[in-house]
Design a protein around this ligand. Structure first.
Ligand code: TRP
Length: 201
């Protein structure tokens, strides 16, 4: 299957998504996302990540982090993500996420990140006191996606801007290196009420 919108990208169609190991996981909060993950594994090679490196951008809380990661992994499996067919893993176990994030830091522009509304919301009034990691969060997210050359990314509406940034980074990388189609430009599959589903059921 090739994507008409991306004639230059010749690689396989692949799904990637991530979830933070946030405190107090309630399956209900995740049901919409997880059901989508489950459906997508029938159509695509699917990779589902537990993004612990994103979780530490707002505070370390190391004590619970490992058990929270396991809770998310359990929720993936309980919801029907099949570890035989899909890949489930913890972000920090694959060093290349941070390595690619650094390379992409040198591609992304300050102005692009300064426009990110989620950073502004999370940083609040005193952005000067937020971690550099929180500011750079969207570049790590781009690295997550581009590391696997994922073509489709199921996310909530709130992640749309981060996906656009991932596309911008991929495009600039491809242009700067004169390598059209090296990275695919990842397509968001927005879930949630009223969201359009880009994948045929
Ligand atoms: N930022 C996403 C969220 O809060 C989590 C995430 C991290 C992610 N890396 C990702 C989602 C890569 C999709 C693809 O929901």
């Amino acid at each position: 299957m090739t994507d008409a919108a991306q004639p230059e990208y010749k690689g396989p169609q692949r799904v990637f998504s991530g979830m933070q190991p946030t405190n107090g996981l309630h399956l209900g909060n995740y049901l919409g996302a997880l059901q989508k993950f489950v459906r997508l594994q029938d159509q695509y090679e699917s990779i589902y990540c537990i993004v612990d490196l994103h979780a530490i951008t707002t505070g370390p809380d190391p004590e619970n982090l490992a058990s929270r990661c396991r809770e998310v992994a359990a929720a993936y499996i309980a919801a029907g993500v099949d570890p035989q067919r899909s890949t489930i893993f913890i972000q920090s176990a694959v060093r290349e996420h941070t390595e690619l994030a650094w390379l992409l830091n040198c591609v992304a522009r300050m102005g692009w990140l300064e426009r990110m509304t989620q950073f502004k919301d999370k940083a609040g009034k005193d952005a000067q006191r937020s971690s550099v990691g929180l500011f750079d969060y969207p570049v790590l997210q781009a690295a997550d996606i581009l590391l696997y050359k994922a073509t489709h990314v199921p996310v909530g509406e709130d992640q749309k801007q981060h996906l656009e940034l991932s596309r911008d980074i991929a495009q600039k990388f491809n242009n700067d290196h004169n390598a059209p189609g090296f990275f695919p430009l990842p397509e968001p599959l927005i879930q949630g009420p009223g969201a359009r589903d880009h994948v045929a059921a």
